[in-house]
Design a protein around this ligand. Sequence first.
Ligand code: GLU
Length: 499
Amino acid sequence: MSVRVRFAPSPTGPLHIGGVRTALYNYLFAKKHQGDFILRIEDTDQNRLVQGAEQYIIEALKWLNIEPNEGVGFGDGPYFPYRQSDRKNSYAQYAEQLIRNGFAYYAFDSEQELEALKNAIPNFKYDAVTRMQGKNSLTLSTQEVEQRIANKEAYVIRIKIPEDEIVRFADEIRGNVLVNTTQMDDKVLLKSDGMPTYHLANVCDDHIMKITHVIRGEEWLPSAPLHVLLYRFLGWEETMPKFAHLPLLLKPDGNGKLSKRDGDRLGFPVFPLEWTDPKTNEISSGYKQQGYLPEAVINMLAFLGWNPGTEQEFFSEEELINAFSLEHIHKAGAKFDFEKAKWFNAEYIKLLSNEKLADLVKEKINNLFGQQDANYLANAMALIKERLTFLNDVEHFSYLFKSIEKYESSSIEKINKIKDALDIQKLENLLNALPTESSSIEIALKEFANQNQLKIGDFMKFLRVSLVGELSGPAIPDLILLLGKEETTKRIKNCFIQL
Ligand code: GLU
């Protein structure tokens, strides 16, 4: 049987990086086994829907290049449609089937009646012990039940959880999971508006869509016993998917789940793309907007909860697919590591060709410093590639794109003693005749310093401040080559005047 996995988010907000990791693990697992990866939108809880969230999920998966081969936004497959609200009429039949077979029942309890039960019974839950006090098809006569339904009275359908039984299943990550049904309650499967709840829709769709492995966050582990019972009661136990519940993503500094607040507090995004809250208009930054490369985000996320069992940290997508396995997913929560995220990004930037890097930053550069020639931009990238942690860092290198407007005052102080010793006309002549190769330029500059009794260190500092505005930056011969004779001469003369 070929592997089929799904990412099944509810569009209740932007995708958190924990959700991205779930999508990624599903994707890697599917690819590793030449299987299918499906995106299913679980939007049966219409009250919690957030405008724009579904589109955001699709865009985020596209940016990260973890694209499903079936699903909402990615093309139809054999089990179309993939949005649960578009399948809403398909679920009631399964709830009815459960009732016919004695595994579920109609419940007519009004909100006030439920409230009264809660007040009367300490720690109330609707279950094997309390259900006989409710208004449902187990306590009312068949005739009355039929009458109520004919009168269009509101009802829900609840699962009838066995009274005292152990439900067990083997989780691929946590091993054997055992839960006594006394811990469970008679969850609603079909709501009074005819919509299924998450549990019913999720199990029915996983079965219908022939899902072989359910890989999802640990927060769904408590729901798994209920799902196991549903598979059994619906007669689908034979083809029940395997379960793998992923460890939580934790705060970098302390315990507890990683939240948006941690990101705001410590300066990293928790969303892949920028998100504008449609209600408050609050904007949250995304990895993309902060200048991360999708490959780096993927590599970093792959390691939050999994390791390859070797020392290797740097993985291309293909290598990740080959190395990935559910056995190497950890049980313990994974601490988000901001430093590691930055390191991955810097390393991935270094791997880009100059042209590709130029292409990724050209919009930003052109907006900031005016239109740049594509060749020039690629050459400029060669000089600073090693210094970038984020793509956005290019904005700190204005000296590559425009003349120096301000010299750092402490740098100027360090070079002003060269003023009396330097014959600027001679230097201009040298620049005019400068060779076109970095190492020859270096030799020519040193010779010039020697011949003119200039301290080589002071001379180089002067050139650096002239070209950069401060005492940092790439190698001087490289800078001269990039800027060209004319611009170099202009900058040097300008700086000399300021001394
Ligand atoms: N709709 C659930 C969510 O929002 C999916 C849980 C599952 O994968 O079964 O995460």
